[in-house]
Design a protein around this ligand. Structure first.
Ligand SMILES: Nc1ncnc2c1ncn2[C@@H]1O[C@H](COP(=O)(O)OP(=O)(O)OP(=O)(O)O)[C@@H](O)[C@H]1O
Ligand SMILES: [Mg+2]
Length: 220
């Protein structure tokens, strides 16, 4: 699960997808291996964290074990992971995230859908030595790209898509997630993606809705 930018709706879409898959009878595990801007679990603000939301969408409780299993690398500074790790005197190696993710995938049953949320946008750093796109390429897993409907979203999203394609990433679909308060018409934005976007499965999510439109093919 990657994005055309940060705060684009990756967690919201991942949670919606997890809930839809579970409602359709599928087993789901959702991970966010690296997170920044994290507070301790006993802080009331923790409930807003990606880990808390992903655990809730899986119907899992929040405790030390489930949080560590969902998000093993947690940093306090609200910065990109390389900078947030450096602020705590650490260096975050991409190879360690790749090894952890492959292990996490291996530990679930073969019919479990594994969703892995990155950090920021597809070309944002996720480690001291790698970008989200490097993690996707190393895992050789299909990616779902989340884009918005703000003015400029088509440029950001199609650029992200082009970068993923150039890298040989298998793009499973594009979720156009409605940007709250955007003056740009949502249906017109989706139509633009259909017109200008290369051959990609289009899905849509309106603001405040829980169900991703066009997800049927992905579910089967
Ligand atoms: N379709 C939607 N309807 C309602 N609220 C949404 C929707 N999409 C995103 N949001 C809200 O917008 C904010 C940003 O979304 P979200 O946290 O999912 O982004 P993100 O891409 O995961 O961000 P980050 O880069 O920090 O991981 C959150 O408060 C989220 O609840
Ligand atoms: Mg998120």
């Amino acid at each position: 699960m990657t994005g055309a930018g940060t705060e684009i709706g990756k967690t919201y879409v991942t949670c919606a997808l997890a809930r839809q898959l579970r409602a359709a009878g599928r087993a789901v595990r959702a991970f966010k291996p690296v997170a920044t801007g994290m507070v301790e679990p006993d802080d009331p603000a923790f409930q807003h964290s990606d880990a808390a939301q992903l655990l809730a969408a899986q119907g899992l409780p929040h405790d030390e074990t489930t949080i560590a299993a969902c998000t093993p690398w947690r940093f306090a500074a609200p910065l990109s992971p390389d900078m947030a790790a450096a602020a705590e005197g650490h260096r975050l190696e991409l190879a360690n995230i790749v090894t952890w993710a492959l292990d996490a995938i291996q530990q679930v049953s073969a019919d479990t859908v594994v969703l892995i949320e990155g950090v920021g946008g597809v070309m944002s750093p996720i480690a001291s030595d790698g970008l989200n796109i490097d993690l996707i390429a190393a895992l050789a897993c299909p990616a779902i790209l989340v884009g918005g409907s703000y003015l400029g979203a088509i440029n950001h999203t199609l650029t992200a898509l082009a970068a993923m394609r150039a890298r040989g990433v298998d793009v499973l679909g594009l979720v156009v997630n409605e940007t709250f308060g955007s003056p740009v018409d949502f249906a017109a934005t989706v139509a633009s993606f259909a017109r200008f976007g290369p051959d990609v499965a289009l899905m849509t999510l309106r603001h405040g809705e829980a169900s991703i439109g066009g997800m049927r093919d992905l579910l089967t």
